[in-house]
Design a protein around this ligand. Structure first.
Ligand code: HEM
Length: 415
């Protein structure tokens, strides 16, 4: 169960394989939680590392905190245009442009169109709703019985939040969960039969949202994400596939990441009972703990860029057009930037100094919303439960991008 054990068990493998054979992209390692020593070795021996062959073609891995920060804050050298995951390229026939995968000036204009949704006054408005909903979800949890925390709490809460941001028909909100899963799931997930099937389902998502767009385009004053897109200067004439792309961004951005942080917190506290006890004694540490959970979990393992020019990074010659992958999951465990980085410490100094939200012009738009959601959930959990006890092995998602859980078996013990 413990991460330390997983690390020890794979240590030998990670150091016996030749550097150029390290399959750092392998999603099985993320499912099995055995990727840590591979990154530790790369940080030490080859921090900007070239993989010549992989199912995703050739790519560079950037594994240290400062180098990742450099790539993220130099968008004029490292472009997001066309895709931000290791496996994605805009040459695919099912193209869904979205502003996270655009460079300025279009990126900046589209981001500005929707960023009001997470502006401080709106967050204040949302906090009461989140608290009430979190309370209801926690009050309805089964007692004296094992259940899946991911399903009953993390998914339910983040889906409700997403439905609120879109002003999405409440009774259909689980469609959002389905589409979010469909976007991030791989072929072994059982969620879809073929790529054609997956694309057909995503077109149904577009169809559903087009009805909502048409309802809102002629009314003014709507403060939901769909109204913002329908009225925004830079988005109101988007082709349908760009509408779908931006929907995908907003659905996945606000859903999987926060979901996996809510689940990750339960796992981290159970693996570190001394920290759980510290939290019970000092609930005022919740805001700091939230940042530590987000660092420790790193819900998105990487973001990828493409070099717009020849450049040098960490002494390595990167060629124009090369794929460059920033492994946030590794940078967040870089001992040169974060003291004792493998430890989960809820009162860690400067806990907000992590890479999980990225940096630069693409820095997570929803970072304050995510932190607020997590803070409120933990405040409400502490009011009700002495322990949310992890009673079995968590099941992790098989993905080198979304780092999270499908199953976190727990029992709750009231105060
Ligand atoms: C713990 C939760 C979250 C994590 C870890 C996370 C992580 C990230 C990361 C790594 C990026 C890209 C940063 C970069 O390339 O430099 C990003 C971008 C983004 N996130 Fe989040 N996110 C979270 C929650 C949310 C929420 C709740 C929303 C909802 C509004 C959201 C919306 C977005 C959007 C729209 C972008 C694109 C920003 C741009 O390209 O300018 N995220 N997020």
């Amino acid at each position: 169960m413990s991460e330390a054990l997983d690390i020890r068990n794979t240590q030998n493998d990670a150091y016996s394989v030749p550097l150029d054979k390290i399959d750092i992209w392998n999603p099985d390692r993320f499912r099995d939680n055995t990727f840590w020593p591979y990154f530790a070795r790369l940080r030490k021996e080859d921090p900007v590392h070239y993989t010549a062959e992989s199912p995703h073609g050739a790519f560079w891995s950037v594994t240290k905190f400062e180098d990742i920060m450099y790539v993220d804050t130099h968008h004029e050298i490292f472009s997001s245009e066309g895709g931000i995951t290791i496996d994605e390229d805009s040459t695919d026939d099912f193209e869904t442009p979205m502003f996270i995968a655009m460079d300025p000036p279009k990126h900046d204009l589209q981001r500005k169109t929707v960023s009001g949704i997470v502006a401080p006054p709106n967050l204040v408005k949302l906090e009461g709703t989140i608290r009430e909903r979190a309370g209801k979800i926690l009050d309805s949890l089964p007692r004296n019985e094992t259940f899946n925390w991911v399903e009953k709490v993390s998914i339910e809460l983040t889906t409700q939040m997403l439905a609120t941001l879109f002003d999405f028909p409440w009774e259909d909100r689980r469609k959002l969960t389905y589409w979010s899963d469909l976007i991030t799931a791989d072929e072994t997930s059982g969620l879809y039969e073929s790529e054609e099937h997956r694309q057909a389902e995503l077109l149904k998502c577009l169809e559903y949202f087009t009805v909502l767009w048409n309802q809102r385009v002629n009314t003014t004053g709507g403060d939901d994400l769909i109204s913002m897109l329908a009225h925004g200067e830079s988005t109101k004439n988007m082709p349908p596939m760009e509408y779908l792309g931006n929907l995908i961004l907003l659905i996945v951005g606000g859903n999987d990441t926060t979901r996996n942080s809510i689940s990750g917190g339960v796992v981290a506290l159970n693996q570190n009972p001394d920290q759980y006890q510290k939290l019970r004694e000092h609930p005022e540490l919740i805001p700091n703990m939230v940042s530590e959970i987000i660092r420790w979990q790193t819900p998105l393992a990487h973001m990828r860029r493409r070099a717009l020019q020849d450049t040098v990074l960490g002494g390595k010659q990167i060629k124009k057009g090369d794929k460059v992958v920033m492994w946030y999951v590794s940078g967040n465990r870089d001992e040169a930037a974060i003291p004792n980085p493998d430890a989960f410490i809820i009162d860690r100094p400067k806990a907000r100094q992590h890479l999980s939200f990225g940096f630069g012009i693409h820095r997570c738009m929803g970072n304050r919303l995510a932190e607020m959601q997590l803070r409120v959930v933990w405040e409400e959990i502490l009011k009700r439960f002495h322990t949310v006890e992890l009673v079995g092995e968590p099941v992790r998602v098989r993905s080198n991008f979304v780092k999270g859980y499908s199953h976190v078996p727990v029992r709750v013990h009231p105060r």
